[in-house]
Design a protein around this ligand. Sequence first.
Ligand code: APR
Length: 168
Amino acid sequence: MRGNILDQPLDALVTAANSGLLGGGGVDGAIHRAAGPDLLAACREVGGCPTGDAVATAPGALPLTCVVHAVGPIYGAHDGAEADLLASAHRRALEVAAAAGARSVAFPAISCGVYGYPLAEAAPIGLGTIAAFLDDHPEVELVRYVLYGREEYEAFAHALEALRAARG
Ligand code: APR
C-alpha cells in the first residue's frame, strides 16, 4: 500500500538503517523521531549491523513488538553483490521479526532512497524474497510494503503483479 509506515498498526516495523545503527534521515529518521531516545539507546547497545543483515530491538515509545533495523546495500558500492545483499536484508529482517514473536511486519522500500537502488530492480527482489519466506513460515501472517511516494508504489505494484503471474 501507499502511505507512511508509522501509520501501520502491525507487530513489527522494519527501518532502512545504516550499519552503525545510529539513526539517519529518511524512513529511519522518521521512526527514530516517533520512537524517542530509547530506540537509539537500544541501537547503541547492539553496536552495529553488517550490510545485508538485520537486528530487532525493543520499539522505544512505539506500540510494537519490535523495530527491525535492516541494512540494505548502497547501489553500486558492493561489486555486483547488491541484489544478494538486498535479498538477505529482507530475509534477515523477517527472521529476526519472527524470532521476536511478530506475526505481522511492515517494510519500507529498503535501499531505494539515499542508497540509490533503482525501484524497478529493488521491487522484484524484495517481493520475491518475502514471498519465498512466507511459503516456509506460516507463523508470519502478514507482510505489508508501505510505499511512501507514487513512484515507489507503482514500481512495487507492478512487480507484485508480475510475481503473482509467475507464481500462478
Ligand atoms: N514511510 C514509508 N517509507 C518512507 C518513509 C515513511 N515514513 N519515509 C521515507 N520513506 C521511503 C523513501 O521514500 C524510500 O523509498 O523509504 C525508502 C527508503 O529510503 P531511505 O530512508 O533513504 O533508506 P535507504 O535508501 O535504505 O538509505 C539508508 O539513509 O537515513 C539513512 O541511516 C540511513 O544511512 C541510511 C540510509
